[in-house]
Design a protein around this ligand. Structure first.
Ligand code: AMO
Length: 441
């Protein structure tokens, strides 16, 4: 029997309480009468008999129908929500252990036909079209798998950082002063004052070490960089750490353990989902090498890429380095002049800073270092970088309240997920990406 949506709404609550998930049925259920809810993904109509494939959040099941049910099914567009009731039986289908001999189908929510994209992925759509219909795009298992992995990795990162005695904090995203220098800030009117969207929690997380010692924050940040690359967005998620009494070497140890334990956990507890991404050999590591900026210049020279000391490593240079150091590697001790005002230099070699970036091939994942914790020296550094210490007075005063020496870093979470899910464009791993072109949906 096929019911219309209004009639079946009444029963929806009951169904959602008693429903079974596609992945939960096996040969032990043969003979049982069960109810499922899901999206009609496929319907093969052979005339006297028909096969449906229905997807829920756990996967697909196959249903077999005959008679009046078949003609009812012909009226239902693919990707509509249906309730299926039937008896579990053996199957000859290769991909399923059992199938459902359908006895009742109810239409809960009709999908339009045609849909803007084909969520099964059989008809290919461009990334732009997929992003325009992102909610529908997620009905593709491979794609929703990216976001399930993203969610699980957030959980792992939190678990890891709690185990290292970090406290999760939330700092303001509406701010009055630039944290990372002025150029790439989004500014706006804030009750007749000028305000900005936070580029990072840098100043707050440093201040918080004097009350909480070890803090972390996971949040979106905003950069008005007009970058058109596969690794930059205007809004991205960063995992920021800051810890009193630790040096940048200790922070690198923490980052290394975080990366390795996350990947290992994924391959132990999440291996089925990870198998989709086909990158295990690339990302499994047991140690992350630390290469100095100077050694990178030597390596690049031997590859015919000449970079002067003090110059940043350009994209082509990083691509070449990525050929030598193909997996994760740290680049440490960057020239002081390349790093922001809050990074501390080495005592005897002040042209080198106590800083690091974590790279994966050419992609920068993490940036961090030991911080300047002396307020006078910090003021001078602001001046050297052309910034006005007066705009930082709230921050500078905290340095007179017993500021501990401290170090920290920011991990680009979206980029980390790119690597874990073998994605080549950051937009693949962000639900609703924001870039110079894209402001909706
Ligand atoms: P940085 O500016 O290097 O450092 O940012 C830290 C990490 O965030 C990621 N990232 C981005 N991801 C996507 N789109 C962007 N536009 C983007 N910009 C940065 C990168 C980068 O390594 N306050 C310091 C961190 C610290 O020292 O604690 C900072 O923000 O993966």
């Amino acid at each position: 029997m096929l019911l219309r949506s209004q009639e079946s709404n009444r029963l929806q609550h009951e169904y959602s309480m008693n429903r079974r998930f596609a992945s939960s049925i096996d040969k032990n259920h043969i003979g049982q009468n069960l109810t499922f809810i899901g999206w009609l993904e496929d319907f093969r109509d052979m005339g006297k008999i028909g096969f449906i494939s229905v997807r829920d959040m756990t996967g697909n099941f196959q249903g077999v129908l005959t008679g009046e049910l078949l003609s009812g099914l012909r009226e239902i567009p693919r990707q509509s929500v249906i309730v299926v009731n039937g008896t579990i039986q053996d199957t000859r289908a290769e991909n399923f252990q059992v199938e459902v001999r359908v006895e009742k189908v109810e239409l809960l929510s009709r999908a339009i036909n045609p849909l803007p994209i084909d969520p099964t992925g059989r008809v290919k759509s461009s990334l732009d079209n997929r992003l325009d219909s992102r909610a529908l795009d997620l009905r593709n298992f491979k794609i929703s798998n990216i976001f399930r992995t993203r969610s699980y990795v957030l959980h792992l990162i939190r678990k890891f950082l709690y185990s290292k005695m970090f406290v999760e904090v939330n700092t303001p995203k509406i701010i009055g002063t630039a944290t990372e220098g002025g150029a790439d800030l989004f500014g706006f009117e804030y009750f007749s004052k000028k305000a900005f969207l936070a580029q990072s929690p840098q100043l707050y997380k440093e201040q918080l070490t004097l009350g909480l010692e070890r803090v972390f924050e996971i949040s979106s940040y905003f950069r008005a960089e007009p970058s058109h690359t596969v690794r930059h967005l205007s809004e991205f998620v960063s995992v920021d750490l800051e810890a009193a009494f630790l040096q940048y070497g200790d922070i690198m140890d923490i980052v290394q353990d975080l990366i390795i334990s996350t990947i290992n956990d994924l391959y132990v507890h999440y291996d089925k989902q990870m198998a989709y991404f086909e990158n295990k050999q690339d990302i499994m590591v047991d140690k992350i090498p630390r290469i100095t900026y100077e050694k990178c210049l030597e390596d690049l020279k031997s590859l015919g890429e000449k970079i002067e000391f003090g110059d940043d490593l350009s994209d082509p240079a990083l691509k070449k380095l990525g050929e030598i150091y193909s997996k994760f590697y740290f680049i440490i001790d960057w020239p002081t002049k390349l790093k922001p005002f809050y990074i501390l230099e080495h005592d005897k070699k002040s042209e080198f800073s106590r800083s690091f970036d974590l790279q994966y091939g050419y992609l920068e994942i993490v940036s961090g270092g030991t911080r300047e914790h002396d307020s006078e020296r910090l003021k001078n550094k602001l001046l050297e970088k052309g910034l006005n210490p007066k705009s930082f007075s709230d921050h500078l005063q905290t340095f007179e309240w017993g500021m501990p020496p401290h170090s920290g870093c920011g991990l680009g979470f979206d980029r980390f997920i790119m690597i874990l899910t073998n994605s080549t464009n950051i937009r693949e791993v962000v639900l609703y990406p924001r870039d110079t072109e894209r402001l909706s949906p």
